[in-house]
Design a protein. Structure first.
Length: 300
């Protein structure tokens, strides 16, 4: 069993950044700050990388199609920056997701997870919102991964994904005990759907679920113009966890990091000593066997 570790969740402000040097300075400042506080893992939100679209100018950044096409040339440089920061600070970093071009010309909402070694791998978003599918043309992913890290097995459920029990359960069945749920929501109702989904997934799987949102306004972007939310860490309201399952929550819409110590031994304890066994009882419900498969990726 791995030792407890310190997790940081970015309530990340989408800002008007006009040069890559400014983006590099901002990202470096956020990672350095959490490293100074002893954090060993940092989660940036869904579509946090959309700031890079502004580098192409306001006109292009304001167009849903042209903005993501323009971003593609700078994404490798942003990935190299994340990998270097992860190595420098000995930290796992889940980068802010971006629409990434596929070989067939489609785009998938992609989050890349970086290890302190410099290694990395990706998780696509599985479930698309109406905005993504009907207006933006973002395609769903099909492959789910569980990352086997030095801190334990971790799954990623991007925003809308965390609202679907089978998506998260597939990660849990593959061994995930912590689910990272980066999000980007443009109104309070969307934020609360993600937050309630995170709490429900923590309850039914008797595991940790952690959320990290975009915050602030960006009038230059049609995609991430308004951002509402707060970060939080949730567990089952049972043995070893708070009565309401809420471990920590940040203030609404404030640009900051929420920090929490994660002790994955509590997951095993609640699954064997809890008042109820929701994790073990999953198989007793009708349709429980209808799960997608998750692959294991070693990321150390």
């Amino acid at each position: 069993m791995s030792a407890p570790f310190r997790l940081a969740l970015a309530q990340y402000p989408i800002e008007e950044i006009e040069t890559f040097a400014a983006y590099e300075a901002k990202l470096t400042r956020w990672v350095w700050g959490m490293a100074q506080m002893g954090c060993e893992m940092l989660v940036f939100p869904e579509y946090g990388a959309m700031e890079l679209a502004r580098l192409a100018g306001r006109e292009i950044a304001g167009d849903l199609t042209r903005s993501i096409a323009a971003m593609q040339s700078v994404l490798p440089e942003a990935e190299a920056l994340h990998a270097a920061l992860a190595q420098k600070h000995g930290m796992y970093i889940l980068g802010g997701s971006a629409p990434v071009a596929q070989r067939d010309g489609s785009y998938r909402n992609t989050a890349r997870f970086y290890a302190p070694s410099g290694a990395s791998d990706i998780q696509h978003k599985i479930m698309m919102t109406r905005f993504e599918s009907e207006r933006w043309g973002i395609s769903p992913g099909t492959q789910q991964r569980v990352f086997d890290t030095a801190h334990g097995k971790i799954g990623v459920a991007i925003c809308f994904d965390v609202e679907f029990p089978l998506v998260v359960r597939a990660l849990v069945e593959a061994g995930a005990e912590l689910i990272l749920a980066p999000s980007c929501t443009d109104h309070a109702k969307g934020h609360w759907r993600v937050q309630r989904g995170a709490q429900a997934r923590a309850l039914e799987n008797q595991c940790f679920v952690a959320t990290a949102p975009t915050v602030g306004t960006a009038d230059w972007s049609e995609a991430v113009d308004v951002n509402v939310g707060f970060a939080g860490v949730y567990g089952p309201p049972d043995h070893g966890f708070p009565d309401d399952g809420v471990i920590v929550q940040g203030p609404l819409n404030a640009p900051l990091c929420v920090r929490s110590e994660i002790d994955l031994s509590l997951v095993g304890a609640v699954r064997t000593e809890g008042k109820v066994f929701t994790h073990a009882s999953w198989s007793k419900q009708p349709g429980a066997s209808l799960l997608p498969k998750s692959d294991i990726v070693v990321l150390r």
